[in-house]
Design a protein around this ligand. Sequence first.
Ligand code: NAD
Length: 485
Amino acid sequence: MNEYPAVKNYISGSFTNGTEKTLEVISPLNGSIISTVPLSTAKELDAAVIAARAAFPSWSAMPIKERVQVFYRYKSLLEKHMNELSEMVHFENGKTLDESKAEVEKSIELTEFACSLPQLISGELLEVSKGVECRVEHKPLGVVASIAPFNFPNMVPHWTIPNAIALGNCMILKPSEQVPISSNRIAELLKEAGLPDGVFNIVNGDREIVEAICDHPGIEAVSFVGSTKVAKIVYKRATSNLKRCLALGGAKNHLIVLPDAHPDMTATNVTASMSGCAGQRCMAASAMVAVGQIDVIIGKICEEAKKIVPGKNLGSVISKEAKERIERYITEAEKAGAKVLVDGRNYKVEGHENGFYVGPTVIDFVTPEMAIAKEEVFGPVLAIIRAKDLDEAIAIENSSSYGNAASVFTQSGGMARQVMERASAGMIGVNVGVPVPREPFSFGGWNDSKFGVCDITGKSSIEFWTKLKKTTVKWNPEGKTNWMS
Ligand code: NAD
């Protein structure tokens, strides 16, 4: 098992200890300690805000075409260090190496998008009356903060870093204290790519530092990705301090499977969606609404699930607590009358006995009022809820308090269209198990899965990371007094 140097804060281009208080970073692959992370206080945050504010005037004054040159170089560095970065994600998060590589590939795509911002951000100009023109420009906000969750240590920071910084802001990143290692390497690579000191900073820690970010008067905007419980806390606290805030929360994604769905394609897609990254994706299939008689498809899903082997093509979940929580949901559903078709509880991986593994689990005859049907489980678990027709299936989907993703599996365009129109979620899939929109389309859910306007990636993020300057200009070269119409 790899060990990594102690994680540090990163302020004004230098790694600093900052605080004595630290937390152990545990690899969920085998429960071993692989590093430590500082639990910073408001004092360290202050230093980062001072550094970022000092860097802002010259960074924001640079033309955007020049600023994105850093990200062209950075993208090449991500490609060059792909194996090392993927390995880091694997060890600190527990997902498989292939999944870790896919995560870094997504970071590269996000960086590519930022390189295209000069093409998308050009303003507007119009002669509104004779000799008078109005123009609109996108201006950066100043110092902004980005707070990240554990499930994508490399990708989620890239949802915000390239766009916010290329648009002229200076950033303070607060990584998840469970997976802080990747972010230190991101800082080194940004520096190598030529990002000036102070433009990107990292302050590590837990709840205390998040609260300090929400309260700090020197921070203009806060983006957050994590659970709904904390998203609500952050959104309320940041906005009550008059900051702009975008807070993405948890999810409970429904896949509606109709009897005419292609059996093999549906089974492989549904199983991959519920088990990929050990079910710890905010876009994972969590509940499958089975419409009518689809036992053949359910049988094939079970066959597919049994091919997934923890420690080989299924990673670990993040912690002992997460493993216990997931297994509790399964046991409670079983006690309430659901039928466990494939059981991933009490899984041990040989040679990794102290790792936190849950095998793929399929549970049938879950009813909408069970906790497993309503709450976010965040593990490789598929809860199957039976519905008599599409209307009932859509009603079940609509009753969820969340709204990240919803998908339908069918060969009928008309049925698919109904789900596209009536599902209450921000990202919809048709015969797609994980309907993540790719760049330049934006990522963001509805309901309790997102608080605030704008999405976090793609074109929509431009509105979040910038403010509009409207200028009215009167040209009167001949000095006439009555020239204006
Ligand atoms: P989390 O909410 O526990 O933690 C997220 C961040 O908030 C971390 O940096 C953590 O240090 C901080 N934090 C934790 N408790 C806090 C508190 N009480 N006050 C202030 N800050 C606090 O989330 P997690 O467990 O790291 O990540 C998993 C969750 O993230 C899941 O719910 C998942 O659905 C969600 N998620 C959502 C999206 C999305 O796009 N909607 C994407 C990825 C993950």
